[in-house]
Write a protein of this length. Sequence first.
Length: 429
Amino acid sequence: MAEWSPSSWQSKPAQQMAEWDDKALASTVLAKLGRLPPIVQPAEADRLKKLLAEAGRGERFIIQGGDCAERFVDCEAERLEAQLKLILQMGMIVEHVVGKPTVRICRIAGQYGKPRSKPTEVVEGHGEIMSFKGDNINGFEPKDRKWDPERLLQGYFHSAATLNYLRSYIACADPADTTNIDINALRSSPEFENFSKDVRAIRAKEATKETTEFFTSHEAMQLDLEEALTRKVGDKYYNLSAHLVWIGDRTRQVGGAHLEYFRGIANPIGVKVGPSMKNDELKELLQILNPNKEEGRIMIITRYGAGKVEEMLTGHIQAVKESGIPVTWQCDGVHGNGIVAASNKFKTRRLEDIVQEIMECMAVHKKCGSILGGIHLEVTGQTSVTECLGGCAGLTEDMLPQNYETYCDPRLNYAQSIEAAFAVANGAK
């Protein structure tokens, strides 16, 4: 295989990347990004790799979640606190019910880009315009749709501000605040008394440094940005924009630019695997990304859709076994379960479908003798968001317009996320 460098991806075909009209401006921006300090430390990425290896062996359980795509406008203290507390609380629930320590990974401090089906879209009153690809590429409003490389700098500084605030918040937070799980919206559940008992027990425990530890992650899609934030540390290269980065289901082509970039970085990496992934392709991909068979290096994030798991996952598990390469398995319960509400055409998901896919994953892994190491969800700590259907709160289609905030995919709100954590925890016991 040819020698790797942070820029060797440039010789390969790339998918889903914004292209800049002003090449000189883009070069100036990327050079600046290359001189800015790292957002995370390589030792933190190494620690996460160790914890992911433990999850792969069944010794821990991963809770990964956050916004579909972060928005610059949401980089404010109250929202950031709510988002982090939700992920920590979901981890505390699973840890308490299952009796197994968790690893908490946030889709935060860099999840500003999104893949799109097409580079352009037709918007009523504006004709054909560039698709919205996330705040670090262009703006959501039609007048702001030009792909702008200066937004990459805004993305860096919003990421740095986000992580700086969250680190200082968690260092000084009142433990009672982080463990204050609100289950009032779950009162209609027949399990409410058990939920209450569990929450009281969690609140009675002392929050420790380990139970409030968190890591950052994002989909590494815009490779010129990722290259600029890659640093040489000793004889290794790390992407120091996040602890973990993942390859999307639309950019994981063997022979493509994204696989070329990912094979050379020392971070733990995720790979989204959906119904289009062939078994032999998966084996080839693993050999490219983890030829040294390093534990904790690769997290396979499956995303099939409720009702499709057994058909797809069984073959993928067998392919991994045949490869002899260790992986940590994670279930993305959201991306295979998107629907359009019949009554108002809002993009949405059903909580019940999300939980069903996770339960199906648990059952298939148990049957195949493999281990489900964690879950991956799109969630928000905001209590009033109305983007996904179902749950104890009984969110229906006609309620979706009440507070539908997302610019991209729908997220579980706070109550739905806590309900999902209890369902996963009880299913994993």
